[in-house]
Design a protein around this ligand. Structure first.
Ligand code: AGP
Length: 604
């Protein structure tokens, strides 16, 4: 789960490579490194730490070409030795790798028996050592001989000291984009074409086991047998802007505060029962008998709320599964199931694997995504973009609220097409939805209150978040925010399940964070609060203004705007985002890049 980048061309390879890696840091930030060729020798530099550290320390001048890597550790601890690029024992070839080589251990044992000395604990190093063992003057041939021995997923880029005019790349189940300019003066290879730094490029994507020899402004493509192949070339113009915090202390806070705007962007052209075109005809919409939503983490939480929208608004059976589980299930699927893959990045490995399985079974795929040109949108039948702008903080905030908007309006559109709406129903619903950006401003005005509460609650080691129906999912999402950036244990649970086990946990050291905005179940949640109170658990409630009874039972209440149950997750989760942010700040955590995580989880 790493980012790889390579450059050969008329500009300074080191400078371009460092900039490219900065764009890929969302794929991992445990360690980083760059290698190139200088005067017939491989030169490389790597660091355990972020790219900012590499930038300060790297001192490689006059590289003829460069490959670089930003790592999220899988095999081998975070250390300089395990950082990429990896160089073979003869110091002739350097390699960067994204993915996992599942049979690396047996390959490594075999190479060791032949006397090869390894310098790292990684799975990736076996690739460069294997290529080296096959190399007889033709790097492409050596790569071709290596690929069939590898089990697992990979995108690799290699350079050889004797071939300073080429970068060799190959891929299997991992994205790899190659771009070259019209003048044939430069080429870039990257895990993500959005890292092409704001220039117009001709771009192609490698498919499984294809190999490319990339030269200045030129690409030679081969299949597994080294037979030259031609490929569709797309024109990409990426919009490169150095991400800025715009005066906020963290990207996360900036992104939380962007939500009134990003929610409006997500509504634009869609806040109408007719919705925008997204690759499916009305006949197809009518033909679907159920909806299956797939995603991971925060996207899965949005998907779970989305499934409720489809049932409540469009009267269509719908469910959401965590993609890492779904990909190994054997569900009964067919053309009458609409499969929705939901992902901020569009690169999450499990989500992609799950939709590929569904595709094999004849399902059409709708991708809901924030990143243009991402793998999800390239593989889906149709796509809807969140238009939330780049989300830099690992902790997802604005993408989540945009996902809710899109799912909500999509379900309303399905309801309209399927004739489930009473006259005037869509208008009154949309009127409520359009109030959301303003209501969120109201939540943000409570930031000082949430900061005070964060100071009060930051010393607890465990939290229990609960809610019912829409608020159960909001509780899960808010709990994920807290554990992700504050490193405290937080469970998100359906409040009705309390008596079935978790009530045993309740004690004065376990704050209960209760999300009370689901009015259909208001009496039930009040009873749950009483049960907690009777057992001495501290209660922090997030409640709509009209539910005054909460004040009598909770220790602290954050009052939220009143709205429909379906729309209550917006204010509740955004209040939860702010609480998590202030607790993490109180604890001095690395808020934008929490330990052990990456923005985009590109390995299984
Ligand atoms: C959310 O705060 C997380 N960082 C994480 O759960 C994330 O939502 C998940 O990895 C899925 O990512 P995606 O939306 O890019 O697919």
């Amino acid at each position: 789960m790493c980012g790889i980048f390579g450059y050969i061309g008329s500009k300074d390879p080191l400078t371009v490579c460092l900039k490219g890696l900065e764009q890929l840091e969302y794929r991992g930030y445990d360690s980083t490194g760059i290698a190139g060729v200088i005067a017939g020798k491989i030169a490389s530099y790597k660091e355990a730490g972020k790219i900012s550290l590499l930038k300060q320390k790297i001192n490689l001048r006059s590289l003829e070409l460069a490959i670089g890597h930003t790592r999220w550790a899988t095999h081998g601890k975070v250390s300089q030795e395990n950082a990429h690029p990896h160089v073979d024992a003869s110091q002739s070839i350097a390699l960067v790798h994204n993915g996992i080589i599942e049979n690396y251990s047996s390959l490594r044992d075999g190479l060791k028996r032949q006397g090869v000395l390894f310098a790292s604990e990684t799975d990736s190093e076996v690739i460069v050592q294997l290529v080296s063992s096959f190399y007889r003057g033709d790097l492409c041939k050596a790569v071709q001989q290596t690929l069939p021995l590898l089990h697992g997923a990979f995108a690799i880029a290699l350079i050889h000291k004797d071939h300073p005019d080429q970068i060799l790349v190959a891929a299997r189940e991992s994205p790899l984009a190659i771009g070259f300019d019209d003048e044939h003066t430069e080429s870039i290879v990257s895990s993500d074409p959005n890292a092409f730094l704001g220039r117009a490029f001709n771009v192609l994507f490698l498919h499984d086991d294809e190999i490319a020899c990339v030269q200045k402004g030129r690409v030679h493509l081969f299949d597994q047998k080294l037979v030259p192949i031609a490929k569709k070339i797309e024109r990409f113009e990426t919009d490169y802007q150095t991400p800025s915090k715009e005066g906020f202390e963290h990207f996360m806070l900036k992104e939380i505060y962007e939500q009134p705007k990003t929610i409006q962007n997500a509504m634009f052209g869609r806040a109408d029962p007719n919705f925008e075109k997204f690759g499916f005809s009305e006949e197809e919409i009518k033909s679907f008998k159920n909806v299956w939503i797939l995603g991971c983490g925060t996207s899965a939480h949005a998907g779970s709320i989305g499934a409720m929208y489809f049932e409540d608004l469009a009267k269509l059976p719908a469910s959401c599964d965590i993609a890492s589980e779904a990909r190994y299930r054997d569900p009964i699927l067919g053309p009458d199931t609409l499969v929705i893959g939901i992902s901020q990045s569009g690169e999450t490995a499990d989500t992609l694997a799950a939709i590929r399985e569904a595709k094999k079974q004849g399902c059409k795929i709708l991708g809901i995504c924030n990143v243009l040109h991402s793998t999800l949108t390239r593989e889906a039948t149709g796509s809807i973009f969140l238009k939330a702008g780049p989300e830099i903080s690992v902790c997802s905030t604005k993408a989540f609220s945009s996902q809710l908007v899109v799912l909500n309006l999509l379900a309303l559109h399905f309801a309209h097409v399927r004739g489930c709406l009473a006259p005037g129903e869509a208008d009154s619903y949309l009127a409520e939805l359009k109030k959301i950006p303003e209501q969120i401003q109201e939540v943000m005005q409570q930031a000082p209150t949430l900061q005070k509460l964060a100071k009060k609650y930051a010393h607890y080691h465990d939290f229990f978040f609960m809610g019912r129906r829409y608020m159960f999912r909001a509780a899960q999402e808010a709990a994920l925010k807290l554990k992700e950036i504050s490193y405290v244990n937080a469970n998100g649970y359906p409040a009705g399940e309390l008596k079935h086990g978790p009530l045993a946990l309740v004690n004065p050291q376990l704050p209960i964070v209760a999300f009370c905005s689901n009015m259909k179940t208001q009496e039930k949640i009040l009873s749950n609060l009483m049960e907690v109170k009777a057992r001495g658990g501290p209660i922090l409630a997030f409640a709509p203004k009209q539910l005054k009874e909460v004040a009598a039972v909770a220790d602290d209440v954050v009052w939220l705007p009143s709205t429909l149950d379906e729309l209550a997750p917006f204010a509740s989760t955004i209040a939860g985002q702010l609480l998590a942010y202030f607790i993490a700040k109180e604890k001095g955590c690395d808020i934008d890049q929490p330990r052990n995580l990456a923005k985009s989880v590109t390995v299984e």
